[in-house]
Design a binder for this molecule. Structure first.
Ligand code: MLT
Length: 312
């Protein structure tokens, strides 16, 4: 019967490589998290977890692609806050974040940092504020498109600083970081999973962290809130999604492998060095992701409407 064939299917799963779709460019923060976890999950699942970078439109192309993919247990998506912000940012979004997916698990929380090109004249945030005000016509901020957290952070930052800046879009903060390292853009708000090695190497300037309190990995760096941007806080959270109708057995098995990977000492140490935080066990469940996505969608709606930035 059906139950038996489902059980037999589940026992064999996975019998081939699984695709993990990443909505942004290779070498960027989402890609770093996906590849770190994918490598560890490959060991548990006995089949490769292959990262596929499907870039464009601030992550919405990858989400739409996943919503329409075969729900056979061989396509998953990792996405961040962009899953909650896209419905307000995009008037014609062609998928429904709150109903077109199976929700697997939350994954990892990542703080952001405000960084600048190495030769930017401002040496700290106070000087940056003065410099940005005096040069608002020429200072620019790189980001990864509407729906990217680098873009969201930039919107909130310009609002809080009271300065306008030119923005420069990329297909991910991987390429945006390369532009910053090459001195082609001035500022970038990016995740610690991407910025930490460059900060430690001294190849970029660091102006502050976006969390409510200081980070263990960058203890001497003040938060932006401490430096005058009252209540400024952006934390990146991630979720794993599958196309709606993906068998529960596949969702459960992928979720269990993810949980094992998040407890693997090598993975834990690597992610901790990059400033990332493993969420509580309650969040590492389908309900943990679904409820959070609903809350975040409601929370961001007025924020984005107030900022008044939309795409068609
Ligand atoms: C990336 O992986 O490039 C980032 O997550 C993009 C972003 O949202 O800023």
């Amino acid at each position: 019967g059906l139950a038996l064939s489902c059980a037999a299917w589940a026992q064999g799963y996975p019998t081939k490589a699984i695709t993990l779709v990443v909505p942004f460019a290779a070498g960027g923060p989402t890609d770093v998290v996906a590849r770190t976890l994918g490598a560890a999950m490959t060991k548990t699942l006995g089949q490769s977890v292959i990262v596929e970078n499907k870039t464009g439109a601030g992550g919405t192309i990858a989400a739409a692609y996943t919503a329409r993919a075969n729900p056979d247990g061989y396509t998953f998506l990792i996405h961040h806050n962009g899953m909650a912000t896209a419905p307000v940012l995009y008037r014609k979004l062609n998928y429904k974040p709150l109903s077109d997916f199976e929700y697997v698990s939350q994954v990892i929380d990542v703080p952001m940092t405000l960084v600048g090109r190495k030769d930017l004249p401002a040496k700290d945030f106070k000087e940056l504020m003065a410099y940005a005000k005096a040069n608002s016509d020429k200072i620019n901020l790189a980001h990864a498109g509407l729906g990217a957290v680098s873009h969201l952070c930039g919107v909130l930052l310009r609002q809080a600083m009271g300065v306008s800046m030119t923005t420069v879009p990329y297909q991910g903060t991987g390429p945006a970081m390369n532009a910053l390292l090459a001195g082609q853009v001035d500022l970038l708000c990016d995740q610690t999973t991407s910025t930490t090695p460059h900060i430690k190497a001294g190849s970029i300037k660091l102006y502050g962290v976006t969390t409510a309190s200081r980070l263990k990995t960058l203890p001497d760096t003040p938060t932006l809130a401490e430096q005058g941007l009252k209540d400024f806080q952006v934390v990146v959270w991630h979720g794993i999604y599958a196309p709606k109708g993906t068998p529960k057995e596949a969702v459960d098995k992928f979720g269990a492998a993810l949980k094992t990977a998040l407890k693997d000492p090598v993975v834990v140490q690597r992610l901790a060095e990059l400033g990332a935080i493993v969420p509580s066990d309650a969040k590492l469940t389908p309900a943990g992701l679904q409820t959070w996505l609903q809350q975040e969608t409601a929370r961001y709606e007025p924020v984005i409407k107030a900022a008044g930035q939309f795409a068609d």
